[in-house]
Write a new protein. Structure first.
Length: 304
């Protein structure tokens, strides 16, 4: 592990995740390239309904069971009861327009085979056959020529481009925050949950629980990039939580005890009482760098 200069915290990257398809399972990686929109291929694809509106685990919990893998220029998707779907990373098909939250953005439809695969899987009955007359879905790829920006209210006026993420390039979380939640769950007689429930991109070790709330900036001693190997992240907005952390990423079953536990101590006055867990971040410097597990992280606290 590389050495960092003195700061309030001495942490390191413990885990890295990307989510190639918005709201499907993530991929854990040991290293990844950093671009201005976030980690390479993170939320580059998205599922939409017949009206072009994005679909997530909120409507379709079984999306959590779709496991992506990147191999030899392909995005390979696997799901229970389905043959693998192979999607070429470099190919796109018909241009289209889709909606992600309040944004209407150009995208590329990935074709009928991908559409049929997702439609069949998300509507498999207990007998293992697709339900009749079920909604149909399409897989789309973000148009890289489009400049979708994070909300400048939270970026301090800085331009922070994103693809299909909910709104910011990177989500960071400390392992200690998850450990603290699991201690509360254990006290209530519940099993621990994995960090995967919260869909972070970068997980830090060496922080105290929820230190990420109090660190406006983090510096990662990375490799390459436009800042000579130094990545600077601006932690700009608490991540508000919906029902997705209640969904078990291994079974797609939902139980309320995770958010119930968060309700006891994570109602955030900064977000009008909404539950928050983790911090959204923008990239202040370091585009083009390679992040790796084990890289040192420094930062200084800010208390209001």
């Amino acid at each position: 592990m590389s050495q960092a200069p003195f700061s309030d915290i001495q942490a390191h990257i413990a885990r890295l995740f990307i989510y190639p398809i918005k709201s499907c399972a993530g991929m854990e990686v040991t290293d990844i390239d950093l671009y201005d929109t976030g980690l390479d291929l993170d939320r580059a694809w998205m599922l939409v309904d017949a009206d072009g509106v994005f679909v997530s685990q909120r409507e379709q919990p079984r999306m959590a069971l779709v496991q992506p893998q990147i191999r030899r220029g392909e995005l390979v998707l696997r799901a229970p009861g389905m043959l693998a779907l192979h999607v070429s990373i470099d190919s796109v098909q018909e241009p289209t327009r889709v909606e992600v939250w309040d944004d209407a953005v150009p995208a590329y439809d990935m074709g009928d085979i991908a559409a049929q695969w997702f439609s069949d899987f998300l509507h498999l009955t207990l007998a293992g056959v697709p339900a009749h007359d079920a909604p149909r879905y399409r897989l789309v790829r973000f148009d890289p020529e489009h400049n979708r920006l994070a909300n400048k209210k939270w970026t301090g006026g800085a331009d922070a481009p994103v693809m299909f993420s909910d709104g910011y390039p990177i989500l960071v979380l400390s392992q200690a925050s998850v450990d603290s939640l699991n201690a509360r769950l254990a006290a209530e007689g519940h099993a621990p949950v994995g960090v995967e429930r919260f869909r972070p991109n970068v997980v830090f070790a060496g922080l105290e629980a929820h230190d990420e709330d109090r660190l406006p900036h983090l510096t990662i001693l990375a490799e390459g990039g436009d800042a000579g190997g130094e990545v600077r992240l601006g932690l700009c907005k608490p991540c508000t939580r919906c029902s997705i952390p209640n969904i078990d990423h291994l079974t797609a079953e939902s139980t309320p005890h995770v958010n119930d536990a968060l309700q006891a101590y994570r109602a955030d006055p900064r977000m009008n009482g909404a539950l928050t867990f983790g911090m959204n971040a923008i990239i202040r410097a370091g585009v083009g760098a390679k992040l790796r597990v084990g890289q040192a992280v420094t930062g200084n606290y800010q208390f209001d």
